[in-house]
Structures are given as C-alpha cells and as structure tokens.
Design a binder for this molecule. Sequence first.
Ligand SMILES: [Zn+2]
Ligand SMILES: [Zn+2]
Length: 266
Amino acid sequence: MEEVISNFHTHTYRCGHAEGDIADYVEQAEMEGCSALGFSDHVPLPLDSIDNWQNIRMESEEAFYYMAKISDAKRKAHFPIFSGFECEWSKRYENWYRDFILGEINADYLVFGPHWTEYEGEFIYAPEISNLRQLHSYIDTTIDGMNSGLFKFIAHPDIIMCSYAEWDTEISACLNEIIDCAISLDLPMEINGQGMLRPTRKTSNGVRFQYPFKEFWLLAQEKGAKIICNSDAHRPAHVLKQAREARKLAQSWGIEIQELEGFKRT
Ligand SMILES: [Zn+2]
Ligand SMILES: [Zn+2]
C-alpha cells in the first residue's frame, strides 16, 4: 500500500522568515510522494489594523499572487493542493478573515495558529507568558478563536509549553480546556513537526521538546480528540520531512493519527 503523507501547514518566503516559493515546496513534496499539500502562510491583515507582528506576514496585495501561484501548482501537481492562511485570533479580524480572505481572495481554508494574547493593552507572545493571568488570557483567546468557526484545525495547541516548564494542575486545567473545546467542535489539533526543531527543554521529568508536549497529546488521545500531524515547513526540505517526524513521534507515544483529505469550500 502506498504511504499516505500529507501536510497542511506550509509557509513561503512571503512571510519574511521562510525560504522558497510555492513551486519549490511542490517540487520537493512531489519527489517525496506527497498525497496532499496545503499552503498556510501567515495571513495578511488590513493596513490600518492593530498588528504587532507585521514583519512576519505578507501584504494584502501579495496574497493575490500567492493564490495565483497556488492555482498554477494545483493544475500541475499530481496530488491535490489547497490554498490557506495561518491566522491569529482577534474578534476585530473576524470580518476580514471571512469577507476578504475566504470571500474575496477565495482561500480554501484557514488555520488557527494561536501565538499571542492581548493582556492589559499589550500583546503577549505565547512562548513568553510569565504569569497565571497572562496564561488565562491566552487560553481565553485560544478558546474564542477555536469557537469562531473560521478554522479547519488548530496548529500547535501545546505551544504554551514553550514557556511552561513543568506539568502541574494549573497548566493541566488550561490544556484540558483546549482539548475539551476541540472535541466539542470536532476541530482537529495538530502535532507540529517544526516544534521538534526548537532547542529542547530540561525539566524535572527529563529533557523534552518545547512542543509537541507528550502529556498533552496522551490526554487528547485519551479523551478522543481528532489528532493530525503537519510539518509547519519554513523551508522546502522540511515540507514532508517534519510531517513524517511528527508522525514518528506520535507513533512512539502510541497516538493515533487522522489523515485529512483536504478542504472543500461549502
Ligand atoms: Zn512562520
Ligand atoms: Zn506556521
């Protein structure tokens, strides 16, 4: 039987911190026997929006070229390709995502990448959360984003474990909330292969990845969450490599993985 290896989390040079364009990722994926590929570069936001992370996203104009190149690749590749964007959640972006990105630009799907929370008028980056109030604000933002109904899956729902060394009752309660929400919405959660490339962390329980975080995924599986694996590729060589690494890791933890087929617009 042919291996099914898909990846729905892929960036391009447009975000300013990734290498390669659509065709480079498609070529690499084709070489490695890809079954389905989704592009999800960091979403552009309106010019007048409150955006603390401007340097990591394309401009709105570029989104049209990005989509055109994906359309081109869709015609040429021997496997299905999908056009998407990775988004932060804020209520103020809701109409933009729905009307412009899904409506006008006509993207196939949106990914929820929860990297930030707004706390007391400031943006706090998930890996830098330093107290419980910020943590709760982050969890609230994440739950709101999941509930928006705009996203097809949540990327690295365990990214908070970058900043949180030990598994304790507080973080366990917070992460349980994310898992329960995903289950109630039937929203797939992603084991992220890019996280495996980050420096590891020392904890009282030994050395671990910042994320994926084992305890989180064991709990998610036990509760019956839908779990997928993606690479979060920021360079063509990783397009399937990190998606495979994530699957291997999941397998070593006894986690059962679902394979997404793609996203049909309704
Ligand atoms: Zn990125
Ligand atoms: Zn990403």
